[in-house]
Design a protein around this ligand. Structure first.
Ligand code: GLY
Ligand code: MN
Ligand code: MN
Length: 374
């Protein structure tokens, strides 16, 4: 059993993560007196809190966790090591946050740039009256979350293994007359039965609908000759996996084979190119070049991949926007695809851990073209 406060297997503690955040926030030029963290993913990362609203107030030498009565008992189990301030019923949350900051002598309060506008305005209004200035300070926790620690990598491995097992489990449904909805439901049921949640809305599309990269499952029945694409992930112990496979019902046509092998080549050459120091956008460009060689680049309308972590799109990854060099410890998806309107599409998605010398696959479901001719 993994303790909420200290992962026994790896020795990583939430307090240690908070102390790394303090180093980043309070040691720069003109630091704030305190930082207020409100993003639920960041609260989970820094404290283990699984509720849907709360705030962590950190000064260089003290800390408070603020939440409402609905979490009064839960927070004492999950965040036992941070002094608790319970927001009284019928009081606005940002008033309690500002009061708590003021009691700790805070004059300049840093908030995450992702703080919703309404929240920021509320904090500023109350802060003005209390003599506490409120200033967005960027996304320091997301920066820490880019590179995963040992505890996170262990959980991401488990989430990836569950995605593989789920793909194995649903293969018996790849046959004529089964509906897209049947497949999506079976994926979700299996994930839930194994103690996980779907990491995002499960995709199951078939036939021409495989040309919809994020199509929603319908009651369409599979037919011989269809492509079927499933894209799903497990959120297990707080961490996400993300797996896509495209298969064929019956035997693949020559054109289906051509598309599939082009995407597979883009996948494999991208994975071979991933290593620390490389910029994500260079790997994305490589995948596009491979598809260009097959005359298919125009049908690849999304980025090559993203980070995985507490959320399924966990920040920088492998797209034209990702200019920062990759680092060992990042966990990424690699998911080239081609989508030909009126014909169909193929996407193959793997999860990888960036290592010192390259990358390691976390997902192991087969990537060869699977033809289901029962
Ligand atoms: N379906 C979400 C993703 O693969 O990124
Ligand atoms: Mn996916
Ligand atoms: Mn993905």
């Amino acid at each position: 059993m993994v303790s909420q406060h200290q992962d026994q297997a790896t020795g990583v503690s939430y307090a240690e993560r908070r102390s790394r955040l303090r180093q980043v926030v309070f040691e720069g030029r003109k630091p704030p007196d305190a930082v207020l963290i409100t993003s639920t993913a960041n609260l989970y990362y820094l404290t283990g809190f699984t509720g849907s609203f709360g705030a962590l107030l950190l000064t260089p030498d003290t800390e408070r966790f603020i939440t409402g009565g609905i979490y009064a008992t839960q927070v004492q189990n999950e965040v036992a090591d941070v002094p608790l301030v319970l927001n009284p019923t019928l009081k606005e949350f940002h008033e309690t946050a500002i009061d708590t900051a003021k009691e700790l002598g805070v004059r300049l309060l840093g908030v995450e740039s992702s703080t919703p506008v309404a929240g920021l305005q509320g904090l500023r209004k109350v802060g003005r009256r209390a003599g506490v200035r409120v200033k967005p300070i960027g996304a320091p926790v997301e920066k820490l979350r880019r590179v995963k620690d040992a505890c996170e990598i262990a959980r991401l491995r488990d989430a990836a293994a569950l995605a593989d097992a789920t793909f194995g489990h649903i293969q018996r449904l790849f046959q004529p007359e089964v509906t897209e909805w049947d497949i999506a439901m079976e994926i979700d049921f299996y994930l839930r039965r194994q103690g996980a949640y779907p990491a995002f809305e499960t995709i199951a599309v078939s036939g021409e609908r495989t040309a919809l990269p994020h199509g929603k499952p319908t009651e369409r029945r599979l037919q011989r000759g269809d492509f079927v694409t499933v894209d799903f992930g497990a959120k297990l112990n707080g961490y996400c996996s993300d797996l896509t496979r495209t298969v064929v019902i019956g035997r693949a046509s020559a054109e289906q084979r051509r598309l599939y092998h082009a995407v597979l080549e883009a996948l494999q050459r991208s994975i071979d190119a991933i290593k620390p120091g490389k910029r994500g956008k260079r790997i994305d460009a490589l995948a596009r070049r491979v598809l260009e060689e097959h005359g298919l680049a125009e049908y690849f309308g999304h980025g090559l991949g993203h980070s995985l972590g507490i959320v399924v799109h966990d920040g920088t990854g492998l797209s034209f926007r990702d200019k920062q060099p990759l680092e060992a410890g990042m966990v990424l998806t690699v998911e080239p695809g081609v989508y030909v309107p009126g014909f169909g599409g193929v996407r193959i998605e793997q999860d990888v851990l960036v290592t010192e010398s390259g990358c390691e696959l976390l997902t192991h479901a087969p990537v060869e073209l699977l033809e289901f001719d029962w």
